[in-house]
Design a protein around this ligand. Structure first.
Ligand SMILES: NC(=O)c1ccc[n+]([C@@H]2O[C@H](COP(=O)([O-])OP(=O)(O)OC[C@H]3O[C@@H](n4cnc5c(N)ncnc54)[C@H](O)[C@@H]3O)[C@@H](O)[C@H]2O)c1
Length: 371
């Protein structure tokens, strides 16, 4: 018996738009999802861009008007991969139209707007999911299981970092990422390490942060000689105290020369430790001290770490970044069909945004800030 089809409307066809389209196209061949996604409409900034991308990414239609995508009766799920400032208006329109909303991180440009989106979705009973795709890694799920089981003892410390180099060059131009409304390294990639810290150890109670702008100006557009002042952070270092008493630190840095995808952390416990880095995303390190042979052991991802086996029956062949998005979309489709929940939902993404803002307030006021 064929499964019910549901229509996908995708807003944006850049880096993340292509990643979402790939996930919706391939998910049914890899997971036993209850519904079959149909790539219905793609919206982008202009009709021309949208039609070009719709054709390239396998969508039936393209439009330069995201409002018409949201209102389209053939669209059941609205996937938002447009610049951050557009997340709130598109999500509110989709919620009003009763559609499932799948939004990229950060959820919005401020915690207040993120809360409005959350409350609107909850009041309307809308399924929501936010693209913290790094949480989908089976090695991260395993890490949480190990922590919860007590295998590393009582957790005593967390050291987390999301560092990349894509803004290290001062001639990388101004974009939505440097927009004072919701931009900056902390909101852009700090949100990933904050979401992971919360997934592994729970909420943070207090933070103290130092935010730094390294490049004071950037070209207005690619190659332009005219430069525009930068008002957001390139680098933030924060001390954090979790609600469970664990102390630690978090760094967000998009000007980290030499680092390409250093979303990494180390968690120490009274009798063991765990370490992970996204640049080697198919392994988790676990430290133990058995028989006087103390050291880190490397656990390699394989079919015994679900859902690795959905992609490949052999260990050591490795999952990749795009696979995490496919896992995310499989969970979204199951939640859309009903009976199961999925997350991180808007409420969890709001909590991440609240943590980002607490760090910004701490920097501005030069003191610890409670969340
Ligand atoms: N989850 C992740 O790992 C991850 C990675 C990268 C980006 N992101 C998030 O994804 C979002 C997009 O980032 P990106 O790197 O894909 O950016 P991008 O610049 O590559 O793509 C943005 C897309 O939105 C389109 N757009 C701009 N204005 C529009 C409008 N008015 N209507 C419709 N479309 C419009 C652009 O033309 C482009 O196709 C951001 O919120 C970002 O934070 C998430």
């Amino acid at each position: 018996m064929s499964k019910p089809e549901i229509g996908i409307g995708l807003v944006g066809s850049g880096f993340m738009g292509r990643c979402h389209a790939n996930a919706f196209r391939s998910v049914s061949g890899l997971f036993d999802v209850p519904v079959t996604p149909r790539l219905e409409v793609l919206a982008d900034a202009t009709d021309e861009l949208a039609q070009h991308s719709a054709l390239a990414l396998g969508f039936a239609r393209g439009t330069g008007d995201w409002r018409s995508l949201v209102a389209d009766d053939a669209v059941d799920i609205v996937a938002i991969t447009a610049p951050n400032v557009l997340h709130a208006p598109i999500a509110h329109a989709a919620i009003d139209a009763g559609k499932t909303v799948y939004c990229e991180k950060p959820l919005s440009t401020t915690a207040a707007l993120a809360l409005e989106m959350t409350e609107a979705a909850e009041a309307a009973g809308i399924v929501t999911l936010v693209g913290f795709n790094f949480l989908r890694n089976p090695m991260i799920k395993l890490a949480r299981e190990i922590i919860t089981s007590g295998e590393i003892g009582e957790v005593t410390g967390f050291r987390g970092r999301h560092a990349e180099n894509y803004m290290a060059n001062p001639d990388v131009p101004h974009s939505f990422r440097t927009d004072p409304q919701g931009g900056g390294a902390l909101a852009d990639i700090g949100s990933h390490i904050i979401s992971m810290a919360r997934y592994l150890l729970g909420p943070m109670a207090e933070v103290q942060a130092d935010c730094r702008t390294i490049h004071a100006t950037r070209p207005k557009t690619l190659g332009a000689s005219e430069r525009t002042p930068v008002a957001v952070d390139d680098m933030t270092h924060a001390l954090v105290r979790f609600a469970n008493g664990v102390s630690g630190s978090i760094e967000a840095n998009w000007a980290a020369t030499a680092r390409t995808m250093d979303l990494s952390w180390e968690i120490t416990g009274t009798s063991g430790a765990l370490a992970f880095g996204q640049e080697a995303m198919n392994e988790l390190l676990i430290w133990s001290d058995t028989g006087g042979r103390s050291g880190y052991k490397r656990i390699e991802a394989g079919p015994s770490h679900p859902p690795y086996g959905a992609f490949c029956p052999a260990p050591g062949h490795h999952l990749g970044f795009n696979d995490l998005k496919v896992i995310e979309v499989a969970e979204l489709l199951s939640a859309h069909a009903g009976g199961v929940s999925c997350g991180p939902d808007f409420r969890e993404a709001y909590e991440v945004q609240r943590t980002v803002e607490a760090m910004q307030h701490s920097h501005a006021s030069r003191r610890w800030v409670s969340i």
